[in-house]
Design a binder for this molecule. Structure first.
Ligand code: WTA
Length: 681
């Protein structure tokens, strides 16, 4: 076990892996890769910073070319490509009509295998995006700078709606469809959205989910918090038929397919945006209670995701690329929608769960569509491996490149991906980054670096990572000591700020190691909030979050959000949530709750707590166990000791507890948990 003295208990997951050996990238991949010459690292070296990022900006069409690559005069509010003007939708759609008009932009694969796959060409995408943009402008009255909330599942309508917003300069905030009405309402309120776009229903796990019925409670809850949603637009999974039981309110609720009849063939000129205008908001969990929105830019973000899609994902126009993430997360925004479309890629959008109806589904899709780049998360890899360890061998799919993202991947799962899924022909790229960073930070450049199971690579071109200890001293490469990973320099994909909260932006990502009075970007390292080790070859191994964030199946949940949900149950006095490792999902929440005096612990209370969590956040936050306990371990000043609870949940030694105010509860909780988890007292 490495010494992890500065990383907190959340970061336990990958600490026990041993260093693995390098594996060279398959020559079949290298032979066709965009980047095979290590000179790229000279071009993107610090002495060429920030001008090196011109190479990414030049992948875009600028209405007006920028005059200043990086304005760093007011750290950490860095501005890229200052003076530049462009439109993201024009870059992702219109400009491809010349050469790629009849090329497939997206294949939509419905979950039901009997339903036909839809191929949408760039021309058709252009038509549909324009019609929706006309509707948003003329029917909803939206204009540049307005915010809109989308709560859409994985269908073509999601990227179409996002691009329509981008065309108008309307700032979209897409909320993951699995999130509850309440979670969606908070995001509507925070972004002050007047319009909500949702869908009646979608298929998932063999069921047609009534998604539309979340809309009314969403709007009601937003209203309670002071934001009036004026219009709710429902896409219909099957146009002309409503598959939701939701009541439809005249004047407020509309079916998009009906409204669009008015806008057939309409064209909307793309709004010319400044490089530093906001393209979208993406909410994510942080240390404190409320999710916060990463506010991403138009020029810097688009340049960065286009550049990394080209160099790290290695997407060529003739490839069929499949990122099996949900567009509702940052991975989908950057590496299903904006990056690939900027390169005129052909991508797959799959509606359902990876193992429906069986473990061969993905490989059948890959075979049928000729997918050659596959991109997914360790959670999906573990689930697929469990559901059908030998299944991929039965199919003739052939990948050249496979990405993993979202969590540390354990070497065993990595090797299965490499041998069974990729058949030792596909390069694997483990990409470490975050909602806030817009695009990849650490990864191998697949045609240059060897792979190393369990490690993300070194910094990608133009990213200079560093690991600091508690005191801000750099931990050298090859040290067995873990520390806090930071990025020394600004880069174009980084969020502009946190929506509506500049102070929180500075505090969360910069205050830890910055020199507040300096105006030199070198004094403003970006603090990522992950514990990490750097091997002597420069490869980074991410250990996990150091804050109160639980990474469940690659999705970030704040322990504070879960605790707040528990406290809405009247019987609950106090709640504490900790992360426990899970074989498939990476981590799951364990919930410890003490009840109000006089309330007896019965199953009804547990059920209500579980229901409150699912209702206020969504099923992804479902706890592993809910422990109803007489008291929570506390310091003398009354602070709940989550570290002790984590140790109890994971069967580890809680260490010295003599300084607690109530050390006796530790033994009591230990016995309770041990009995349930292992069956012995
Ligand atoms: C974790 C997802 C290890 C990390 C793009 C980070 C990873 C958080 C990796 C961000 C990886 C992401 N290896 N850990 N390759 N990728 N993480 O914002 O803890 O949903 O801070 O962005 O996921 O999650 P987010």
């Amino acid at each position: 076990m490495s010494k992890i003295d500065v990383v907190a208990d959340g970061a336990i997951i990958a600490a026990h892996w041993r260093e693995e050996n390098h594996i060279p990238p398959p020559s079949r991949f290298v032979g066709q890769a965009y980047l095979t010459d290590a000179a790229v690292f000279e071009r993107f070296a610090e002495e060429n910073f920030p001008e090196c990022f011109r190479e990414y900006a030049d992948l875009l069409d600028w209405k007006q070319y920028w005059h200043t690559t990086l304005d760093s005069s007011r750290p950490p509010f860095f501005k890229w490509f200052v003076g530049g003007k462009l439109n993201a939708c024009q870059n992702c759609v219109d400009r491809h009509l010349g050469r790629h008009r009849n090329k497939t932009a997206f294949y939509f694969v419905p979950e039901q295998e009997g339903e036909p796959i839809v191929a949408l060409t760039y021309q058709q995408l252009y038509r549909r995006v324009n019609e929706v943009a006309a509707m948003l402008r003329d029917f909803c009255g939206l204009k540049r700078g307005d915010r809109i909330t989308l709560h859409l599942p994985m269908t073509l309508e999601l990227p179409i709606t996002m691009l329509a917003c981008a065309r108008l300069g309307v700032i979209h905030s897409q909320v993951f469809s699995g999130f509850s009405a309440s979670a969606c309402a908070h995001r509507i309120v925070d972004s002050a959205s007047r319009v909500l776009i949702t869908m009646d229903a979608y298929h998932r796990g063999g069921k047609l989910i009534d998604h539309g019925k979340k809309a009314a409670p969403t709007v009601a809850e937003a209203a309670k918090e002071g934001v009036e949603v004026e219009k709710v637009l429902f896409w219909r999974r099957y146009p002309g038929q409503c598959r939701s039981e939701a009541p439809i309110l005249k004047q407020r609720d509309f079916f998009v397919d009906e409204v669009l009849a008015e806008y057939r063939g309409k064209e909307v000129k793309p709004e010319i945006m400044d490089a530093n205008d906001t393209l979208f908001l993406m909410y994510t969990s942080g240390t404190t209670g409320k999710p916060k929105a990463a506010q991403h830019s138009t020029g810097g973000y688009l340049a960065y995701v286009a550049g990394t899609s080209k160099y790290i994902e290695d997407i060529h126009p003739q490839d069929v690329y499949w990122c099996m993430a949900d567009v509702g997360w940052i991975t989908g925004h950057s590496y299903i929608v904006y990056g690939p479309l900027a390169l005129a890629a052909t991508s797959v959008i799959y509606e359902g769960v990876p193992t429906f109806p069986d473990a061969g589904r993905l490989w059948r899709i890959a075979e049928e569509l000729g997918v050659n780049i596959f991109h997914t998360s360790p959670t999906a890899i573990r689930a697929l491996r469990r559901a059908g360890p030998d299944t991929p061998a039965k199919y003739n799919h052939r990948f050249k490149h496979m990405t993993t993202v979202g969590e540390p991947i354990e070497p065993e799962a990595w090797r299965w991906y490499w041998e069974m899924v990729g058949k030792r022909e596909a390069v694997i790229v483990d990409t470490w980054w975050q909602t806030e960073t817009g695009g990849h930070l650490c990864a191998t450049v697949p045609g240059i670096h060897p792979m190393k199971p369990g490690s993300a690579g070194p910094g990608v071109p133009g990213i200079y990572p560093v690991i600091f200890d508690e005191n801000g001293s750099q931990i050298p490469r090859g040290s067995p000591v873990a520390g806090n990973i930071c990025i020394r320099n600004p880069w174009p994909g980084r969020m502009l700020t946190i929506w509506g909260d500049d102070a929180r932006f500075v505090r969360t990502y910069y205050s830890r190691y910055c020199k507040p009075d300096s105006t030199d970007w070198r004094d403003w390292p970006y603090f990522a909030g992950d514990g990490a080790l750097q091997a002597s070859d420069g490869y980074i191994r991410i250990l996990g979050r150091i804050d109160d964030v639980i990474n469940v199946a690659g999705h970030r949940l704040g322990t504070k959000e879960l605790e707040a949900a528990c406290l809405t149950v009247p019987e609950v006095a106090e709640a504490a949530v900790v992360a426990v490792p899970d074989e498939i999902k990476g981590a799951m929440p364990d919930v410890y709750v003490s009840l109000q005096p006089g309330v007896s612990a019965d199953d009804g209370v547990s059920r209500n707590i579980a229901a409150a969590i699912i209702d206020q956040i969504g099923p992804i936050a479902r706890p592993r166990f809910i422990w109803l306990v007489p008291d929570l371990p506390k310091t003398r000043s009354g602070k709940i000791m989550r570290r002790v609870l984590t140790a109890i949940s994971t069967g580890r030694d809680p260490g010295d507890v003599t300084t607690l105010a109530n050390p006796e509860v530790v033994e009591e909780l230990r016995a309770l948990v041990a009995e349930k988890v292992t069956g012995v007292g």
